[in-house]
Design a binder for this molecule. Structure first.
Ligand code: FO1
Length: 329
């Protein structure tokens, strides 16, 4: 592959990402690549209607993170938030289990207004990003409705009702992505995946089963990835057999999905040209039948995010020339 994917090249990089874990690496890629070289395809399976508003949590997490507005204590919403609206809703007997800060509320109100006026989620997400000074393309995976549903012993629950209202208490027996099979990737997503200048596709360390799978469940995204000339590299969100912190580790355990790098490699089988693992999982690397890059994948600081981004891009560059044959060999 000619040239490097670092600053001195105009090559494009596309990353699939979901919530918090994905947004961290997205920020690292954004800072390493510089303006107008990064396209983010973001999960919308967590979207839902609430208090009459259309909420797109993963789009907002990535947008706020790249704009430097994100609430790093909560892991969602905006920093320096106030909660007057939520308190007033509660006093009126409204639902307050899904916390909407006053600044964050503006995003939902404006997005809902513009959707009702007939604008697409893609157009709105792009305009919000531009207004917040973000020089990366922020693309919802589709403008069609896709909803992650968590199936539990007590019945099917919309993702946020399970994840936030019930705090993941019910035993998960499965999940589905309603609407994904019929949903069309947006033209912007398909164009980005077919861009001849595309140097690398990165699957960010979001939860594969909850945040990346809804994206891969879109038939035209999966097929575009298989056809893509650029190397496809995933970063495992699992470190040392755990690290899928909090509720998603519980969900995976209940679904009998082993929290191992081998399980991630297996899950993405046929899509990947390489997998980035944490050094803690070096012993697993020997048994995996695809190129592995061992590094530190835990991102606590901004430097961690940038370093991991550089490692992923250099790995993709090394894979570049063999990617095509490898995936179709
Ligand atoms: N997560 C919570 O655990 N509690 C909340 O009250 C909450 C509110 C919220 C508001 C806006 C938003 O964009 C995200 C919000 N999240 C909240 C996170 C949300 O559940 C995400 O879907 C998860 O982070 C998984 O992606």
């Amino acid at each position: 592959m000619a040239g490097s994917t670092q600053k001195d090249d105009n090559g494009q990089v596309l990353a699939l990402c979901g919530g918090v874990g994905g947004a961290k690496l997205a920020l690292g890629l954004y800072r390493v690549l510089g303006p107008d070289r990064l396209t983010l395809v973001v999960n919308t399976g967590d979207d839902f209607e609430h208090l009459g508003l259309h909420i797109s949590p993963d789009l907002d997490t990535v947008t706020y993170t790249l704009a430097g507005l994100s609430n790093t204590e909560l892991g969602w919403g905006r920093a320096n938030e106030t909660w007057t609206f939520m308190a007033a809703v509660e006093a009126l007997g409204g639902e307050s289990w899904f916390r909407l800060g006053d600044g964050d509320l503006a995003t939902h109100v404006e997005r809902t207004r513009r959707l009702r006026a007939g604008e697409s989620l893609t157009a709105i997400a792009g305009d919000f990003a531009a207004r917040l000074g973000i020089r990366a393309r922020l693309l919802p995976m589709t403008d069609d409705p896709v909803r992650t549903v968590v199936h539990t012993a007590d019945g099917a629950l919309p993702f946020q009702h399970y994840f936030v209202r019930l705090r993941c208490a019910p035993v998960a027996t499965g999940f589905s992505f309603e609407g994904a099979a019929e949903a069309k990737a947006s033209p912007d997503v398909l164009q980005a995946l077919a861009d001849p200048d595309l140097r690398a596709v990165v699957l960010c360390p979001s939860n594969p089963y909850l945040s990346i799978d809804p994206i891969l469940a879109l038939p035209d995204i999966r097929s575009a990835l298989l056809r893509c000339a650029a190397p496809v590299v995933a970063v495992s969100p699992i470190v040392g057999g755990r690290a899928v912190k909090g509720p998603t580790a519980k969900i995976m355990a209940e679904l009998g999905i082993p929290a191992s790098s081998a399980a991630v490699a297996d899950h993405y089988r046929g899509l990947l040209d390489g997998l980035v693992l944490d050094r803690a999982d070096a012993s697993e690397a020997a048994h995996l039948d695809l190129p592995i890059e061992l590094t530190g994948t835990v991102m606590s600081s901004l430097q961690d995010r940038e370093r991991l981004a550089k490692t992923v891009l250099a790995f993709a560059e090394r894979l570049g020339s063999t990617a095509k044959e490898r995936r179709h060999g």
